[in-house]
Ligand binder design. Structure first.
Ligand code: PLP
Length: 369
């Protein structure tokens, strides 16, 4: 980029955007990819060929159904959205977070989250010029209720995002704490259930109990990350407003067709996520035998653990050498310093990971200088 262009752009681009660095996604090359909470499974051959048959008839020359009505109904069914609630779809739940923030971004309006949590809340708050207030989780990664309630009183947040289970910690907050936060807030509380398929508990059935709660879900963690599709459900009073900001045609024809098709086979998707839940328990047991780490409770398709005896960077690099990619948190990201996060893969991939992890710890430490 020439200096001249840089100069021109700097003069008009918002300063808080200039201060950001672009979201970085590492290139996995030919490594086993256990870094991004994807499902490792594709579809059975028979299902794949049925899907391809239907794909032939998609009219890519036409705009899609602007509100994706059929797919919305199908998703509401599969996700058990209570009757009387309204839903809108997003190009991933990331887009739904963006829609919520755009709608609520009055000057000075606050986005509140517990921390650490999903990074997109922070990023999108910045994109939309909202004030971002985070409240540290306690040492068990549960909501620090006195601090949360005090912050709610002090900042009167327009919106609170609660990832349930939380990413990157993996745990569920207690139901009573979440209920108390909804009850004490006059703004909106978004319960982000991206990991609902692995969680065993949901706020979806409680939608009718509250006027200020919406539930967000995605198909990304249940085997369809490439389609980019999320759903936001709740009282029509909120959803009607959000729908005004949603760009028409935000769900493209290929996604509408493919997601409808996949959800007709939701039994297959469920088999896959059930398998992952089972393999998560196997992984927990295996990790429990490694003395050099401390793992945290997980109700998601990943496990966060802390490296106790080494520099986590050293372990992360050793795993990479053995062609396993997981996620490392920077040393500056207290309380996640020293933490690594592994996504549950296929049983054989988990085996390779565990073997590589044990090997990384068995290598002699460099003697202290
Ligand atoms: C992965 C994740 C999402 C992102 O979902 P997309 O539908 O892929 O955009 C949302 N929230 C949380 C907490 C996540 O971990």
């Amino acid at each position: 980029m020439s200096d001249r262009v840089k100069h021109l752009a700097r003069a008009v681009v918002r300063e808080e955007i200039q201060a950001l660095s672009a979201y970085h996604v590492p290139d996995p090359g030919n490594m086993i990819k256990l870094d991004a909470m994807e499902t490792p499974y594709l579809w059975p051959q028979e299902m794949k060929s049925q899907w391809l048959d239907g794909l032939k008839n998609i009219a890519v020359n036409r705009y899609p159904d602007p509100s994706a009505a059929l797919l919305t109904r199908r998703l509401e069914q599969v996700m058990a959205v209570p009757s009387g609630m309204r839903s809108i779809l997003g190009n991933g739940s990331d887009e739904l977070i963006q829609i919520i923030c755009m709608a609520l971004a009055k000057p000075g309006a606050v986005v509140m989250v517990p921390e650490p949590t999903f990074v997109m809340y922070d990023m999108i708050a910045r994109f939309t010029n909202m004030r971002y207030q985070s409240v540290p989780l306690n040492s068990a990664f549960q909501l620090d209720m006195p601090a949360m309630l005090q912050a709610i009183e002090e900042y009167n947040p327009a919106v609170i995002f609660l990832a349930y289970p939380n990413n990157p910690t993996g745990n569920l907050f207690t139901e009573q704490d979440v209920r108390t936060i909804i009850e004490k807030s006059s703004g909106l509380v978004v319960v982000d259930e991206a990991y609902h398929a692995f969680a065993g508990h949901s706020f979806m059935p409680m939608l009718k109990e509250y006027n200020n709660m919406v539930v967000m879900r995605t198909v990304s963690k249940m085997g369809l990350a490439g389609l980019r599709l999320g759903i936001l459900s709740g009282p029509a009073g909120w959803l009607n407003e959000f729908d005004k900001i949603r760009l028409p045609y935000n769900i493209n024809v290929l996604t509408q067709y493919s997601a409808e098709f996949a959800l007709q086979h939701s039994d297959i998707l469920k088999q896959q996520t059930d398998q992952i839940c089972q393999d998560r328990e196997t992984m927990k047991q295996a990790l429990a035998e490694i003395e050099e780490i401390k793992q945290y409770p997980s109700n998601a398709n990943f496990i966060l653990f802390k490296v106790l005896t080494r520099d986590s960077a050293q372990i992360f690099e050793a795993l990479k050498q053995d062609k396993v990619l997981i996620k490392r948190f920077p040393d500056t990201s207290w309380p996640l310093a020293g933490c690594l996060r592994v996504t549950i893969g296929k049983p054989e991939e988990n085996e390779v990971f565990l073997k590589a992890l044990k090997k990384a710890f068995s290598v002699q430490k460099e003697p202290e200088q």
